[in-house]
Design a protein around this ligand. Structure first.
Ligand code: NDP
Length: 484
């Protein structure tokens, strides 16, 4: 098979197989062809991976920050050198167009490795003078073995966004990719070894949710970082709480994008396209509720439809193609089911709405107008290329409606009124906000959600606090005073 790895798992610096695990067929979403066959981790494999991460941790943490950083930065260089090869793999694993994977997957993973590799040498505690000569110093310590669990939309990126800060802080990692897209995390593990990471520092085990669940409850694990849906997040957070483990939860959303009538319409349409149809709409932070002020509604919809008609849908390996298939037949059917609901609940279909017949899991980019706040398509995360356009009159009204959701991942506003833009973002109940753009997530900036969309932040210096803890050391320079 075309993309068959040497074995399913990567443990202690080597590929490891155990064919007793349930089979996992890796399907190329553009054709339905099986491109690799892997096996889910058995309890023995999970045990081996955790032992390997556990055994490697102390040695890795004892290396100087400069040395650890060098490994991460070398890994970033290797990823960039192999960007095309890794992107072709990612395209086969996810179905995302090569035009996208060449610029948004291995490159984004490399950015994380480079950024955190650069920070590693400067990770320190602090010195706190207390008067009378006493002082406190703090020691920034690794948490231990961290578990990363990934979704299927950005497999390489997620493997690195979790792995890079974890390793920078001296932790080791066991990463479980989504069983839908299991291939690229193995490459990340291979590259880290090639870059000089000691064996066992970054391990990959494959599996379904049960493998993830067994990792989360293991007493050897100090921290769990999940990227997934809110229902999975609830389960994983609860399981981690039992062992008082640290967590980062990067969960789903139903984010609002507000377009005021003074906005640059072309930019707003571009933002709505990027925030709904990139990766065929399979992006957590998508602005799927597009609130458009009444006066510009028809202009906005017309321009959006004109531009969507020029999307190049087809073979994701063709670099001219900019809209690929859904990751799986299941995910396509979920999105098509929401389209049916949208029609049944009275939304007006203005673009797309159909499956594109063939072997692959293709569907049209879809836009509904006249959507109201109570409709299912305006309330639930679809995770597919389905945009809801809602009308509004006033700023006050739209902000309240934008926030009327259990989610709080992202939010955006398009307006040329500077003070209004800042007023709106101050009022947004969301972790990641955009003014006059949408869906950019540079590694330098914190990324994550509020409300049900998550706990903690990935990327930026903040991620360091989520992968390390402070030991406080009180130093007395005086006699000890006791009451008796
Ligand atoms: P899921 O929640 O279904 O799965 C996420 C991961 O968790 C998978 O690896 C899954 O394994 C695993 N898992 C499932 N059940 C358990 C369990 N009980 N214990 C431990 N692990 C478990 O999400 P999807 O893979 O379907 O991804 C889509 C979701 O991810 C969307 O909601 C999306 O918004 C969100 N997402 C959030 C992002 C963010 O940064 N906020 C970014 C990208 C996606 P398996 O797949 O094998 O079942």
């Amino acid at each position: 098979m075309k993309f068959q790895p040497k074995a399913s798992h990567f443990i202690n610096g080597e590929y490891v197989e155990d064919t007793n695990g349930a089979p996992i067929d890796v399907i190329y979403p553009a054709t339905g062809e099986v491109i690799a066959r892997l096996h889910s981790a058995t309890p023995e494999i999970v045990n081996q991976a955790l032992n390997s991460a556990n055994a490697a941790q102390a040695e890795w943490a004892a290396m100087s920050g400069t040395e650890r950083g060098r490994v991460l930065r070398r890994a970033a260089d290797i990823m960039r050198e192999r960007n095309r090869e890794l992107s072709i793999l990612e395209t086969h694993d996810t179905g995302k167009p090569l035009q996208e994977t060449l610029v948004a997957d291995a490159t984004s993973g490399a950015d994380a490795l480079e950024y955190f590799g650069g920070l590693t040498a400067s990770l320190t505690g602090e010195h706190i003078p207390l008067g009378g000569g006493d002082f406190v110093y703090t020691i920034r310590e690794a948490l231990g073995v961290c578990v990363g669990i990934g979704a299927w939309n950005y497999p390489t990126q997620i493997a690195c966004w979790k792995g890079a800060p974890a390793l920078a802080c001296g932790n080791t990692m066991v990463f479980k990719p989504s069983e839908t897209t299991p291939l690229s995390a193995l490459k990340v593990a291979e590259i880290l070894i090639e870059a000089g990471a000691p064996k066992g520092v970054y391990n990959v085990v494959q599996g379904y949710g049960d493998v993830g669940a067994s990792l989360v409850t293991d007493p050897r694990v100090a921290k769990v970082s999940l990227t997934g849906s809110v229902p999975t997040g609830r389960k994983v957070y609860a399981a981690a709480a039992d062992g008082m483990k640290h967590v980062t939860m990067e969960l789903g959303g139903k984010s609002p994008m507000i377009v005021f009538d003074d906005a640059d319409i072309e930019n707003a349409v571009s933002g709505a396209i990027l925030g709904n149809f990139y990766s065929s709409g399979q992006v957590c932070s998508n602005g799927t509720r597009v609130f458009v002020q009444k006066g510009i509604k028809e202009t906005f919809l017309n321009r959006l439809s004109e531009r969507l008609a020029t999307a190049k849908i087809g073979d994701p390996l063709d670099e001219e193609v900019n809209f690929g298939p859904m990751v799986s037949e299941n995910q396509m059917n979920i999105a098509l089911g929401y389209i049916k609901k949208g029609k049944a609940e009275g939304a007006r279909l203005v673009f797309g709405g159909e499956r594109i017949e063939g072997d692959g899991f293709y569907m049209q980019p879809t836009v509904f107008a006249d959507v109201t706040d109570d409709m299912t398509i305006a309330r639930e995360e679809i995770f597919g290329p389905v945009m809801s356009v809602l009308d509004f009159d006033t700023e006050e009204e739209v902000l309240a409606r934008a926030n009327d959701t259990e989610f709080g991942l992202a939010a955006g506003v398009f307006t040329n009124d500077l003070t209004r833009a800042h007023r709106i973002v101050a009022g947004f109940e969301a972790g990641t906000c955009y003014i006059n753009t949408y869906n950019l997530a540079p590694v330098e900036a914190p990324f994550g959600g509020s409300k049900m969309s998550g706990v903690g932040r990935e990327n930026s210096k903040l991620a360091i606090n989520h992968f390390s803890e402070m030991k406080t050391v009180y130093v007395s320079m005086n006699d000890v005073e006791a009451p008796y």
